[in-house]
Design a protein around this ligand. Structure first.
Ligand SMILES: Cc1ncc(COP(=O)(O)O)c(C=O)c1O
Length: 381
């Protein structure tokens, strides 16, 4: 092999380093201000006990095949039945991850002749699904319902005769703000279209019993909702809620569902227990809501900037290098905070993404913001 064959990768990495964009795997360091384990369910004893009991009664660790072959375990079906009832969807389908679920949704459901209109800030997994779609896609300005409508009207004027697919997150992963879901659902209705809502950061946190911000919409035939299970539910995988016909279509056509080993049946047990805990342990929701309100107020007071109102609190820095240096200083001080840089967020908007979870308490949040105010004053622009 020529030296050049590997050198081109090293060169590309050096380029990333020059732009302050090089990423590397880092150990967890200090108090959790970065995970999506919002309700601290990842280590919850009740979920561990449910998984242990399942192991003891012989539920296998591995599924052993894809869902359409030998890998379809009764635990998957039990989870899907319970999840559909919990979320108020006609059916639910369990995927190995939110990433593969978004790949499945966008590469499979929009048909040739349809149009996908996605929010400018929608998650990378939606973009990757769109890349594999038969339908063209256009981006609409963030949370701007008129821009979504203008894109649909423009497409119709140019002969678009299929169905529009509107793609949004209900709570944006890097900004912590909410989508105008009612107005977007109304837009989908008026244009004979569909709305796909990625509830990754709202599931378990918002809506009645944590059913998400789209809870009131989920039963409609033109709404498809993605609930990831690796964030507030503390496990892994993703549940797609939608009509039976769309779920059957995914089972028959979605390559990332068909050509993948089914998720571990034990993980299905863990997710089912997490859903039950959302109903049985309302104190968790109350505690988390109170912590969220406290953290938002502390952020505004310590840094004098607006807060999102949710558990995701971005602190805008702008420059990639400065964001990395501030995050490093915070980790050294015992607060696990990460810098988020392009291409995950738009150019020039590098930020600290502070996530509030039940893994921390009020004194720790107060101490973290006090330290952050000091560090930001000390690390030069
Ligand atoms: C908005 C959004 N959608 C989808 C995903 C992917 O979910 P998962 O981590 O389960 O693959 C994520 C997680 O990073 C996300 O933030």
């Amino acid at each position: 092999m020529s030296a050049e064959a590997l050198q081109r990768y090293a060169k590309s990495l050096s380029g990333l380093e020059r732009k302050g964009r090089l990423r590397s795997l880092m150990p967890q360091a200090g108090a959790d201000f970065t995970s999506n384990d919002y309700l601290a369910l990842a280590g919850a004893s009740r979920i561990r006990a449910a998984v242990s009991a399942a192991l003891a009664r012989g539920v296998p660790v591995g599924a052993g095949g894809s869902r359409l072959l030998r890998g379809n375990h009764p635990e998957h079906a039990a989870l899907e039945k319970e999840a559909a009832a919990f979320f108020g969807a006609e059916r639910a389908l369990y995927f190995g991850s939110g990433y593969t679920a978004n790949m499945a949704l966008f590469s499979t459901l929009p048909q040739r002749g349809d149009l996908i209109v996605h929010d400018a800030l929608v998650h990378a997994s939606v973009h990757d699904g769109i890349q594999a779609s038969r339908a063209p896609a256009v981006s609409a300005a963030h949370n701007d319902v008129e821009a979504f409508e203008a894109a649909i009207l423009d497409w119709r004027r140019n002969g678009g005769a299929g169905h529009p697919w509107i793609a949004v997150e209900s709570l944006y992963s890097m900004d912590g703000d909410r989508a105008p879901l009612e107005a977007l659902a109304d837009l989908a209705n008026r244009h004979d279209g569909f709305l796909i809502v990625d509830e990754a950061h709202a599931t378990g946190v918002f809506g009645p019993d944590g059913r998400g911000l789209a809870a009131d919409l989920e039963a409609r035939p033109n709404i498809v909702v993605l609930h990831t299970c690796g964030k507030a539910l503390g496990a892994s995988g993703a549940l797609v809620g939608g009509s039976s016909v769309l779920c059957d279509y995914l089972v028959n056509r979605a390559r990332s569902f068909i050509y993948a080993t089914a998720p571990s049946p034990l993980m299905a047990v863990a997710v089912r227990e997490a859903l039950r805990m959302l109903v049985d342990e309302p104190a968790r929701h109350r505690d988390f809501a109170a912590l969220r309100v406290f953290a938002n107020a502390e952020l505004s007071e310590a840094l004098g900037c607006d807060s999102s109102g949710s558990q995701i609190l971005p602190v805008m820095i702008g420059d990639n290098g400065r964001a990395v240096r501030i995050a490093e200083r915070m980790r050294t001080a015992g607060f696990d905070i990460r810098a988020i840089r392009p291409p995950t967020v738009p150019e020039g908007t590098a930020r600290l993404r502070i996530a509030i979870t039940l893994n921390v308490d009020k004194p720790l949040i107060r101490a973290m913001f006090a330290e952050l105010a000091n560090v930001m004053a000390e690390v030069p622009e």
